[in-house]
Design a protein around this ligand. Structure first.
Ligand code: CAA
Length: 296
């Protein structure tokens, strides 16, 4: 299957990053969001990434012009998916919202189109099974920052066809990603390992084992992780991590996955990480600062 046109649904951090690499892959890319301000922010983020790329000497002005022509914003879902070969959903991790969207997509997207979800924790089969075409539904899980991270985790549920998997693998290759194929188990391969490490680091912080920056330093220098687990939790979003942990605890019926109470308290006070300027760290000024007002 040759991809020419793609719709990305949801213009948040992940959706705009995904739309960016679709446009860079030479595809006619439609970025859709119900909220005009999210759409505007998503388009601005892409534009500023490209401008920074020019400043860094990584992107040519000609490339930026070409990519910009490939990218358009949409506020009408039916228009956005008209004639597309691929739809990638990147809306919030709320099951009912995703189900509703996929029921709609099945009706309005072309019959040959792959319907992919970027869910990081919801079983793909639950989403696929609300449609009458589960064979065309697949998990395409991207990583933040999408334009830089090399991995694309493909999630195969029972009714996903071999053709859809092969197409998703070649789509990933054209995007410049390395793909892995993972069974449709809660948290797949990446989220399950990632959130457990982050939750343990938060537990250690609450127990006073070390400061946040020393816990991060431990993994950066001792294990060569590019970022520590606490700063990474702030980058991903503490609400996102909390929801994944609760999802794992429910699916495996194992409370050891439950978010530590410090994580719950941070989310409850609205400290969601970098996106709200406050999380485990304070990000209000340039760079991050250790907090001395963490909740109980
Ligand atoms: N245009 C073009 N290239 C750019 C660019 C731009 N605007 N900005 C950065 N780059 C390039 C840089 O030039 C550099 O390229 P080289 O490797 O060729 O030198 C590369 O991108 C890395 O950029 P930086 O040097 O600026 O960044 P860094 O080295 O400080 O790394 C990081 C930043 C990539 C975020 C790194 O810290 C990292 O890998 N952190 C971990 C991130 C992670 O784990 N993400 C996964 C989160 S989990 C998730 O997302 C899943 C989920 O479901 C929630």
């Amino acid at each position: 299957m040759q991809v020419r046109t793609v719709a990305v649904i949801g213009a948040g951090t992940m959706g705009s990053g995904i739309a960016q690499i679709c446009a860079q892959s030479g595809w006619d890319t439609r970025l859709f969001d119900v909220f005009p301000e999210s759409l505007e922010k998503g388009m601005n983020n892409i534009n500023s990434f490209w401008n920074k790329g020019i400043e860094k000497g990584k992107t040519s002005i000609e490339d930026k012009e070409l990519w910009s022509k490939n990218l358009n914003d949409y506020n009408d879902l039916s228009e956005a998916v008209k004639g597309v070969d691929l739809v990638i959903e990147a809306i919030p991790e709320i099951l009912e919202l995703k189900k509703e969207l996929f029921i709609q997509l099945e009706k309005i997207a072309p019959k040959h189109a792959i319907l992919a979800t970027n869910t990081s924790s919801i079983p793909v089969s639950i989403i696929a099974n609300v449609t009458k075409c589960p064979d065309r539904v697949i998990g395409m899980h991207f990583f933040n920052p999408v334009p830089i991270m090399k991995l694309l985790e493909l999630v195969k549920h029972e009714k996903c066809s071999e053709e859809t998997i092969e197409n998703a693998q070649s789509i990933g290759e054209i995007m410049g990603k390395e793909t892995i194929l993972v069974k449709d188990v809660p948290g797949f391969a990446t989220s399950r390992l990632g959130v457990v490490l982050g939750n343990e680091a938060i537990r250690m912080l609450a127990e006073g084992v070390a400061t946040a920056s020393d816990i991060d330093k431990a993994m950066k220098l001792g294990y060569k992780h590019p970022m520590g687990p606490l700063e990474l939790s702030d980058l991903v979003g503490l609400d996102v991590r909390r929801d994944i942990l609760n999802g794992l605890a429910d699916s495996f019926e194992d409370n050891s996955y439950r978010p530590h109470r410090l994580l719950d308290s941070l989310v409850a006070e609205g400290s969601l990480g970098k996106k709200t300027n406050k999380g485990i760290y304070d990000w209000t000024e340039n760079g991050k600062k250790e907090r001395n007002d963490l909740p109980e």
